[in-house]
Write a protein that binds this ligand. Sequence first.
Ligand code: FO1
Length: 331
Amino acid sequence: MTVTASKKKYLALSGGVGGAKLALGLSKQLAPQQLTLVANTADDFEHLGLSISPDLDTVMYTLAGLNNKEQGWGLAGESWNTMGALAGLGGETWFRLGDKDLATHLQRSTLLSSGESLSSVTRLLCQQLGIQHPIIPMSDDVVRTRVHTQNGELAFQQYFVREQCAPAVTGFHFDGIDTARPQQQLMDSLSSEDLAAIIICPSNPFVSVDPILALSGVREAMQNSAAPVIAVSPIVAGMAIKGPAAKMMAELGMPATAAEVARFYDGLIDGFVLDQSDLAMRSSIEDTGVRVHCGQTIMTTLQNRIDLAAEVLAFAETFNGKNNDNNIGDL
Ligand code: FO1
């Protein structure tokens, strides 16, 4: 760990795969007391009688070193006997739950139905998996992303997995967002004077990050925090590293570019981390008053994740509070 001496605290907002990669890098750079990871829960759903929290689990499995790297979700070394047996009984198998992964959903569902909150269940699961960095759900209340498509409205996992993101999207809404309360540790962290930076991981802006921002008071607390808000682009050279972000942008009539992601976060972010291949966009983003760091954002190896985390943290160090003119250029 390289930043532990400074004892500064960081908050990182994450969706699934891409966000979890940076979350892992950050966890290798920061002590557990320095980093709080907040996961989107708007793609959670109830399926086969179980409570499934895909983004929370992806972050959790990634930090535990148990994630399936090829698939991007679920556990490594998984077997699929239950899905096979379920298919034999004519059950629903479009959302694939591995035998080991099922244990997580069984345990979560059991604890939730005994009255535990999602935060407390997540804490228990993390403890059992030996994860030291706090991972918290964005809310203990139910929020569900609904995807508006040219074929009608779909629940998020119906769109994402069952329909393989094929229908063209026209918009999104988050059921339950008006009454859901943001998780208390998230709000405490945002108002903490010790907070050195808020990092928006390279996750889908529309369906992974926006549900967190849309929770009552979160966007305002981020804006009011003295800490800089730094987003890492999930779009590199016009493509999403993983997932449908670029396709969604095109369907929503936006250019599928990193600069457009920065624009999506307009009024919220102070810094933006751009891949070096998108260097040409730097000045157009800086013209909006956001400081830019160009780096290597594609995280194929563990070392890439650690290096990007180090770059983001070093970029954060160059801010003196919120956005300022102290532009020392690339690191
Ligand atoms: N993604 C898929 O594309 N197909 C699946 O069958 C699937 C199953 C699954 C099971 C548990 C889990 O935690 C995640 C799973 N995912 C699957 C990933 C998930 O749907 C998405 O990655 C997220 O919701 C988007 O961030």
